[in-house]
Design a protein. Structure first.
Lengths: 480, 242
């Protein structure tokens, strides 16, 4: 009879999740799954509300990347109003998006992952956290906290408060930027740049040190998807979609994000609240794809800031010849390259005189009944898709979120780690060794999943709890 | 006009005959929370937030509709009154869908101000989360019934000041709601002049301008005093919105 071992809840992942490891009759790992149990029906309760309220509403989905939801929602609004937003507004929205990247990437690296890297995956969980890091690596922990603050400061200056800022709106932004704020950020800037370079150095050392982890932390073939700019550069705010396969071939390019739904489908599994998006031409589950830092660095032709571009070239060498970097452990490295890119871009934008323009908001009426907004959130491409009536009342809302797009990849990763680190039968003592638990959690953390925002649909998902033995007999089943 | 003398909170005051307790209190900066009352509109005594205790009266009386009388002894605040006021605000909050954090009127809302004023920290009643209409059919404005506290200020300002009488009250009890025309969409109204007076006097985010986002709907009520003074005294005072 097969047994299921459950690890719950995953610590240091935003939101809640459950993992089950399924054993075969010999007590060997047969499968492992990453479940998401948190349930937030955002799409449903946005129906009946007004388009203009959406940035404010959807930025409440998640406390980690509210600015990305805000900007994406505002962009969906621009689409429905069918207006171009003022130049200054676009630059300020870009700045906000970068602030979000910095804030979130720093959190992922310094607060959530570096305790594993620097104190070891098997260090006592009680000290394997940012507080433990403060004891052993005081300066680094301090810098990590500061660089995250820098990102938050950008968001706060622009939005008037650190989280849940309602500042980006359909048609532009609400408030212009001031010289005083620019000065404060520029003064802070050198330290942030230094920290970002330090982080790159650390992650490269970590990759050497943890060769075994690197080799099996989600090392598999999949597609990669994200935005690139008009010249093929790394993009974070606008741009079109590109899809690359694991061999490094671009299999689709220049896709208007408005047409995402023609290319991606969403499957549901009874054992998870998180949807399973897939690339339609390849079907489910073959159309597995990854989004986020690893994908973005794979698909872009170059980065248009010098330091980050130099690192990107190192990154590319991690894979043989023209192949994509397929190993999910390199999400961390990619994330830190993006952090460096964000730091460089922030400076570029801060020194751009046009960010001080005072015309920042265009107004228009409802000109279209459907609109899509997309942007690169820290964890990957984020889509907001709205249908409204002629008065701007929402009829249908679909949010396609990075963490759910990585859902299949996270499941693969969990399975791979479980199989690699639990070798041989676990029966008669069905306990998971502590190191395995730690590695599975760390494996998921490569993707930096944010679970609260990705489980936002309601009504459609059946709740089906089954216990199935190796012969397919249902030992127990609960339906809701 | 005869002068009446009364006691409020132990102090003696004089007032004009026919004046309300609220009016006297306001003149002397004695705070009494109000919601349905708005200077310049008729008084309806609908919300009961202004209740005061009058010696010799078995029940609490609304300060906005109760006229002063010679020798009246009034208490505007004590444990019982404060508790009732908190209850009223809590009931209003739990009856609609007041999610301040995402509301257009956040930080400019009289219901919010009242909650602070009466010291409401926790709502002990179960929230009803009603599924109410949002009428966005008007070209300029939106009516969100989820945030309406039925103060009827909109009804009165439209009827008494603008003279259009677009709004009315329909239904009873929990089903009571403000309707436009003969319960039609606001956008179909033949009489609405699009003046926006109702939007400005509405104490909450129930009535707002189309296109505003979270916290952006500031209610400017200064026009009311301007128009009333102009009509009554033929004087055109400067508009102040605070
Ligand atoms: S906008 Fe003016 S006329 Fe129209 S309902 Fe409001 S107060 Fe009445
Ligand atoms: S819409 Fe506003 S002004 Fe009218 S009754 Fe409701 S709360 Fe009062
Ligand atoms: S203000 Fe007196 S009853 Fe509403």
């Amino acid at each position: 009879m097969s047994k299921i071992i459950t690890i719950a809840p995953v610590t240091r992942v935003e939101g809640h999740a459950k993992i089950t490891i399924h054993l075969n009759e010999h007590g060997e790992v047969q499968d492992a799954r990453f479940h998401v149990n948190e349930f937030r029906g955002f799409e449903k309760f946005c129906e009946g509300r007004l388009l203009w309220e959406m940035p404010g509403l959807t930025s409440r989905i998640c406390g980690i990347c509210p600015a990305s939801h805000l900007v994406t929602s505002a962009k969906a609004g621009d689409d429905i109003l069918s207006i171009g937003i003022p130049e200054t507004a676009e630059k300020l929205r870009r700045l906000l998006t970068l602030g979000q990247w910095l804030q979130s990437h720093a959190l992922s690296f310094f607060h959530l992952s570096s305790p594993d890297f620097l104190l070891g995956f098997d260090a006592d969980p009680a000290i394997r956290n940012i507080f433990g890091l403060m004891q052993s690596h005081k300066e680094l922990a301090r810098r990590g906290i500061r660089i995250r603050k820098f990102g938050q400061q950008i968001i706060e200056f622009l939005g008037g408060r650190r989280i849940h800022t309602p500042w980006a709106v359909a048609g532009g932004v609400r408030e212009p930027f001031t010289k005083e704020e620019q000065q404060k950020l520029l003064e802070w800037y050198p330290e942030v740049k230094e920290t970002s370079l330090m982080a790159i150095k650390i992650i490269k050392e970590v990759q050497e040190k943890f060769a075994k982890e690197v080799s099996c932390f989600g090392n598999f073939h999949s597609l990669f998807m994200g935005m690139v700019g008009p010249k093929g550069e790394l993009e974070y705010y606008g741009g079109n979609l590109r899809i690359m396969d694991s061999a490094g071939n671009i299999i689709a390019d220049n896709i208007d994000p408005r047409e995402y739904y023609k290319h991606f489908g969403e499957a549901s599994e009874s054992w998870s609240y998180l949807k399973f998006p897939y690339y339609k031409p390849h079907g489910y589950p073959k159309g597995i794809y990854r989004v986020g830092p690893l994908a973005r660095l794979n698909i872009c032709d170059f980065i248009d800031t010098p330091l980050a571009e130099k690192e990107r070239q190192h990154f590319k060498k991690l894979a043989p010849s023209t192949e994509a970097v397929n190993n999910s452990f390199y999400y961390h490295y990619a994330r830190m390259i993006e952090m460096l890119f964000a730091v460089e871009k922030v400076e570029e934008l801060l020194r751009d005189p046009s960010i001080f323009g005072t015309h920042v908001r265009s107004k228009a009426e409802i000109n279209k009944l459907e609109g899509v907004g997309a942007c690169e959130a820290p964890r990957g491409t984020l889509f907001h898709h709205y249908n409204v009536d002629e008065n701007g009342v929402l009829q249908k809302v679909n949010l396609l979120i990075a963490t759910s797009q990585n859902n299949m990849a996270m499941n693969r990763t969990v399975r791979q780690i479980a199989m690699e680190f639990i070798d041989g039968p676990v029966i008669p003592e069905p306990v998971i060794p502590e190191p395995v638990i730690n590695r599975i959690e760390a494996g998921i953390r490569c993707f930096d999943p944010c679970l609260s925002c990705s489980t936002h649909a309601t009504g459609e998902m059946p709740l089906d709890i089954s216990l199935i033995d190796v012969d397919g007999n249902v030992l127990d089943r609960r339906l809701r | 006009m005869a002068v009446k003398t009364l006691t409020i909170n132990g102090e003696q005051y004089s007032a004009q005959e026919g004046e309300s307790i609220l009016s006297v209190a306001r003149q002397h900066h004695i705070p009494i929370p109000t919601l349905c009352h708005l200077e310049g509109l008729s008084t309806v005594g609908a919300c009961r937030l202004c209740v005061v205790q009058v010696e010799g009266s078995p029940k609490l009386l609304p300060a906005c509709t109760t006229k002063v009388e010679e020798g009246m002894v009034v208490t505007t605040s004590n444990t019982k009154l404060d508790k009732y006021r908190r209850m009223i605000v809590a009931l209003l909050a739990s009856e609609g869908n007041h999610v301040c954090a995402v509301c257009v009127a956040n930080n400019h809302c009289e219901l919010q101000d009242l909650a602070y004023q009466v010291g409401l920290v926790r709502v002990r009643y179960p929230y009803l989360y009603p599924d109410k209409k949002l009428d966005a059919t008007h070209k300029e404005y939106v009516m969100d019934h989820n945030r309406c506290v039925l103060c009827t200020r909109c009804v009165r300002v439209c009827d008494e000041v603008e003279g259009a009488h677009v709004w009315d009250v329909a239904g009873r009890g929990i089903n009571c709601e403000i309707v436009s025309g003969l319960n039609d969409n606001w956008g179909n109204s033949q009489t609405c002049t699009e003046c926006g007076k109702c939007v400005m006097v509405c104490p909450t985010g129930a009535l707002f301008e189309k296109g505003v986002t979270v916290s952006e709907m500031e209610k400017k009520k200064g026009f009311l005093k301007y128009i009333i003074t102009a009509r009554q005294k033929k004087e055109w005072v400067s508009i102040s919105n605070d």
